[in-house]
Design a protein around this ligand. Sequence first.
Ligand code: GLU
Length: 299
Amino acid sequence: MQSTRYIGRFAPSPTGPLHAGSLVAALASYLDARVHGGAWLVRIEDVDEGRSVPGAADGMLDLLRRLGMHWDGDVVWQSRRGALYQAAFDSLWEHAYPCGCNRREIADSRLGTAPDGSAIYPGTCRLGLGAGKTTRSLRLRVPEPGDDTVSFVDRFAGRVEHHLALDAGDFVLKRADGFWAYQLAVVVDDAEQGVTDIVRGADLLDSTPRQIYLQRLLGVPTPRYLHVPVLRNEQGEKLSKQTGAAAVTAHDEAGAVAALMDAARGLGLALAPAGSLDGFWRDAIPAWAALLSARGETI
Ligand code: GLU
C-alpha cells in the first residue's frame, strides 16, 4: 500500500502520563501513516513549559516503544524550537498587536467563549494599548465578520465551516507568561516537518480553522485533517488529566496488547483478541484500511 508522500505525526503535550484518550489519537495517527506507507513522526509539545511535567515525555516515549509504535526520525521537542516560532512571529508582525488585557478583563466583556472554552477577545487593544496598560500577550488580528470564514473538509467530520471573528476572535500567539502559544507552534512545526496528514482528537477540531488561517498568512501548505472521536468517561467528560483519566500502562506484552485493544475499540475497530503485539498490528493495520474504505476513501 504505497501512496504519494505521506507524513503523519503524534504530538502529545507532556502534562502527565499518556491516558487512554491520547492513546486513541496516537493509534489512529500511527495506523493511518502505516496504511498509507507513510512516515510517522513524534513531536513532544512541551512549548508550555509551565505545564510540562518532568519525566512525562520520556514516559510517553517509553510506552510507545513498549506498544510497538516505532516512530520515524528523531523526536522533536518544542521547547528547543523557540527561534523558529520567533521567526514565524516576525513574519506575521503586520497582523499582530500587543495586548495588555488580563483574563478578568476579557471575561468581563461577555462576548462569550469559543468552542474550545477560551474567552473571545473583544478587540480592546486592536488600535493600541489603552492608557496605563503594558504588553502582556501578542495577538493575531482575525478578519472582520463577513470576511472571516474558514472552511475545510475533515476526513471524518466532513465539511467544517468556522467564523474566526465570531467563533474565536483575535487569538494569542505569545502568551502573558512568555511562552509561545500552541496555535503558532503547532503550525510552524507541522510545516517545518513537512506534515501532510494530521490525525488527532476531535477536541482539536475547533482549533483547526485558526491553524489554517495561520498557514495561509505564513504561506505554508494546509495538511489533510482527520479528527477522531474523543473518549469520554461515564460522566460524559472528555478523558483528560483534568478529568482524572488513568495512565495507560504496559508492564508486559499482555498489558501492551490489552491497552492497544482498548484504544482500537475506541476507534470502532472490532478486532479478534490478539495473543501478541505482532498479532495485534497484523490485524489492526488492515482493519484501519477497511474502515477507511467503508467510509469511501481510496488508499
Ligand atoms: N499537543 C496537543 C495535545 O496533546 C495535540 C496537538 C495536535 O495534535 O495538534 O492535546
